[in-house]
Design a protein around this ligand. Structure first.
Ligand SMILES: Cc1ncc(COP(=O)(O)O)c(C=O)c1O
Length: 472
């Protein structure tokens, strides 16, 4: 071994935090992270999970308000998923689906996904992640139009502040300028504004604003040219953009416009799927009928990586009848171990009625409790939708949410608040000055009470801290 290199080591129990942090800083480039800054602080080392909690290497327990990364729908510590994975690994750890071969869990999972999804879906394409799912979407919608002789119909319309993944195609579909700045964008993707009422709805009702935001799609279609537009893609509720729940008028109007011009409607269900909004898929919550749906995360509750695309009949019929070879796929498309994990995960969701619980019981309860945070002096607005929720931190409250006074963005109050959350045992994500959660769907009423009390205590700590800094 070269003398400059740090030797890998056996992991001790209890974990030697310092040693892991040093190795981490030496070798591990983290996603979406300033590696230099992280190296100087040291990462928090996560070692164990159970239910809605995780523990770090110092023995600190954290309530995971973000379900890992929007994915731990059934919670941590599910032995039956581990058993399903172990059994499949012993039986057949891997085989590909490329050369006229298949495997049992992949077929069973495809059939299961068809069973739980809306009636227009009868086919599934598997990938390893949500980003790969959205790459698949691009090739698939373009192929769909090509096969019917519409060679120019290639443009996909998405939205600013959307998140559709981190591969070049996923990031291009997404509307995150920070990502576009690093590496550019692939061609043929354009963006419209997001349906964020707090941002653009001043002097309008949410319903009026929803229609206005949807009208931007029609304007863009006409600007690009109807004969050039292939599809519109959106997350039913924008997740990484800050849990942006569109007004009720938005999605039905988007559907009407897509239908009017015959363009494909794609729902990115990577976060909203598998019960998060109290329906199997978020598009059902909003009453829309997409032609394609991307999924990942909740399909396995994150136990192992898996993603894919549910392909509606309109697209599948053309691809299958006219398509010949579809020149697309991944080594791990239909990975038997990942599919076995997904099957067990979905079995748990069904057995424990997690979708119905979020819709009828814990979702409404979370709403009732979480929205009480709106009375906190730092909170300008608090809202939920199923099992996602957000609060806007403001310097000065007002009766009309649009009249609240924001903090100077440079102060990064959201990050200050996030640190107080972490230090007090609560994981909540900051998107600018909006604090968001997407907790595991297994949460009980008592755990919701505990979480909301914890958030309030952390908001108090944030308020004290920033008052001392003279920011209020
Ligand atoms: C809506 C949405 N689409 C796609 C992705 C990308 O998924 P992955 O990170 O599995 O590639 C994400 C990830 O957060 C997402 O939230």
């Amino acid at each position: 071994m070269h003398p400059n290199k740090i030797a890998p080591m056996a992991v001790e129990t209890p974990v030697n935090t310092r040693a892991i942090q040093e190795l981490d800083a030496a070798h591990y480039l983290h996603p979406f992270t300033d590696s230099k800054a992280l190296a100087s602080q040291g990462s928090r080392v996560m070692v164990r999970g159970e239910g809605i909690y995780i523990w770090d290497s110092e023995g600190k327990r954290l309530l995971d308000g973000m379900s890992g990364l929007w994915c731990m729908n059934v919670g941590y510590g599910r032995k039956s998923i581990a058993d399903a994975v172990y059994a499949q690994m012993q039986q057949l750890p891997f085989y590909n689906s490329f050369f006229q071969t298949t495997n049992v869990p992949a077929v069973q999972l495809a059939a299961k996904l068809v069973e739980i999804s809306p009636p227009q879906f009868n086919h599934v394409f598997f990938t390893g992640s949500g980003s790969e799912g959205n790459d698949t979407i691009i090739r698939m919608v373009r192929r769909y139009w090509d096969l019917q002789g519409y060679k120019d119909r290639h443009v996909i319309i998405s939205r600013h502040n959307a998140y559709h993944g981190s591969t070049m195609a996923g990031a291009s579909l997404g509307g995150m300028s920070g990502m576009h700045e690093q590496g550019g964008m692939i061609a043929g993707i354009v963006h419209i504004g997001q349906p964020y009422y707090l941002e653009g709805g001043k002097d309008k009702t949410p319903e009026e604003f929803g229609l206005e935001a949807a009208s931007w799609l029609e304007q863009k279609i006409l600007e690009v040219g109807v004969d050039k537009v292939a599809a519109f893609i959106g997350e039913p509720v924008q997740g990484a953009g800050g849990v942006i729940v569109p007004p009720s008028t938005y999605w039905p109007e988007i559907q009407r416009i897509c239908d009017k011009y015959g363009i494909l409607l794609v729902a990115d269900e990577v976060i909203c799927g598998f019960g998060r909004l109290g329906h199997w898929f978020g598009s059902e919550y909003f009453g829309i009928k997409p032609d394609l749906m991307t999924f990942a995360k909740g399909v396995t509750s994150g136990y192992v990586p898996l993603g894919g695309v549910l392909v509606g009949d309109r697209v599948a019929d053309v691809l299958i009848e006219k398509g010949g070879d579809f020149n697309h796929g991944f080594t791990y498309s239909g990975h038997p171990v990942a599919c076995a994990a997904a099957l067990e995960n979905i079995r748990i969701i069904q057995e424990e009625k997690l979708v119905e619980r979020v819709r009828d019981d814990t979702g409404p309860y979370l709403k009732q409790k979480f929205e009480t945070l709106a009375d906190h002096p730092l909170v300008g607005a608090a809202d939920t939708c199923g099992f996602v929720a957000g609060i806007n931190l403001v310097r000065k409250k007002a009766a009309n949410v649009h009249d609240c006074v924001s903090f100077d963005a440079k102060l990064e109050v959201g990050m200050v608040c996030r640190s107080h959350m972490f230090n007090n045992g609560m994981i909540m994500r900051a998107v600018g000055d909006r604090m968001i959660i997407a907790p595991p769907l297994v949460m009980t009423h008592a755990e919701i009470d505990e979480m909301v009390a914890l958030i309030r205590a952390c908001l108090d700590a944030t308020l004290t801290d920033i008052t001392q800094r003279g920011w209020m």
